[in-house]
Design a protein around this ligand. Sequence first.
Ligand SMILES: CC(=O)SCCNC(=O)CCNC(=O)[C@H](O)C(C)(C)COP(=O)(O)OP(=O)(O)OC[C@H]1O[C@@H](n2cnc3c(N)ncnc32)[C@H](O)[C@@H]1OP(=O)(O)O
Ligand SMILES: O=C([O-])CC(=O)C(=O)O
Length: 378
Amino acid sequence: MSDELKRGLEGVVVAESGLSFIDGDAGKLVYRGYAIEDLAEHASYEETLYLLWYGELPTESELAEFSDSMAAERRLSDDVLETVRRLAEADEEPMAALRTVTSSMSAHDPDTDADPTDHDANIRKGRRITAKMPTALAAFARIRDGDEPVEPREDLDHAANFLYMLNDEEPDDVLADVFDQALVLHADHGLNASTFSAMVTASTLAELHSSVTSAIGTLSGSLHGGANANVMRMLKEVDDANQEPTEWVKQALEEDRRVAGFGHRVYNVKDPRAKILGERSEELGEAAGDTRWYEMSAAIEAYMQEEKGLAPNVDFYSASTYYQMGIPIDVYTPIFAISRVGGWIAHVLEQFEDNRLIRPRSRYVGEKDAEWIPIEER
Ligand SMILES: CC(=O)SCCNC(=O)CCNC(=O)[C@H](O)C(C)(C)COP(=O)(O)OP(=O)(O)OC[C@H]1O[C@@H](n2cnc3c(N)ncnc32)[C@H](O)[C@@H]1OP(=O)(O)O
Ligand SMILES: O=C([O-])CC(=O)C(=O)O
């Protein structure tokens, strides 16, 4: 057995997957063979989920049936809504609230007692979890602002319904399309940390809600999904101080701080999702007659490339895109979660096709022959 240390498991291959392929040097991402650019332009989030979960693009009738079955699961039980209310009233942090609420959904899921590896039961549970998380998130965001939650509508698609529940107003086509694209872009990304977390949990034969709960916790950190909110906090700070964005970044680098939204474990070039979201951010700015958020972002991108050779990741331009859509900053990472849940579930389904307990080792560097010291002598 080799004792070679791979810190952060960098470059270690631990599974075979047919879900997403990343070429980190070419800046290429595909889901089940389809380029992310094509999916962003042509596929809805529901269609993308179908592709990930069932392995192929749906026909028109398959997509309609799948979308309807998701829409029918959007409503929360009274108990779950009560949990959302309590967490909002306690001013819980949104990712923590989403984690707790999603975990609590298992109490009301008719399939929680099924064998944890039962594929059909996992698809049904996956559909419920994916359909209900946006409802819980929108309700949480409204209640903490003193507003009443808005009931989901079955006649809207997944993306438009979320914006409707968040704002109590049907989004226009532009906003609904941009949001749907953002959901498609965030749906899967190989063995990123939160997906790996879901897989580790599933590998013990834990029930699906546990895998998703583990993954939400993992996504919340600032090195992973939490970076999107930090990007916007940085842009706001620069704007409030009327500072040159590059000055802010220069100072951060001098102080050895990380600049949120830059760098990636797999991409050595610009993340293809950041390219698409950058375009959306610019278009939203142009439509509003205020391109300041996009321009600040573009200036930081050029500076980071020049100074550090680091390119933006998906979290960089999602920030200004969501900001210009009027979405509260601390809801950005939970939005990542309501999309990525589709990928987490797809990887758990795949894991169960050929499961083996995931259990790496550490190299022990502590003492091995310590002599016991009675407590009164320590
Ligand atoms: C959806 C996602 O999860 S995408 C990632 C979202 N996270 C962020 O945007 C947070 C900022 N980025 C980072 O912290 C990192 O780039 C990570 C965590 C994404 C990847 O980290 P790793 O692959 O472990 O790279 P590592 O942390 O070893 O960094 C390599 C070098 O680049 C530097 N670096 C990497 N990212 C950044 C950054 N954003 N700002 C400043 N320096 C950075 C590191 O300081 C390090 O430099 P050094 O070798 O001189 O010490
Ligand atoms: O792949 C990663 O490590 C992080 C990432 O971009 C994602 O999860 O979308």
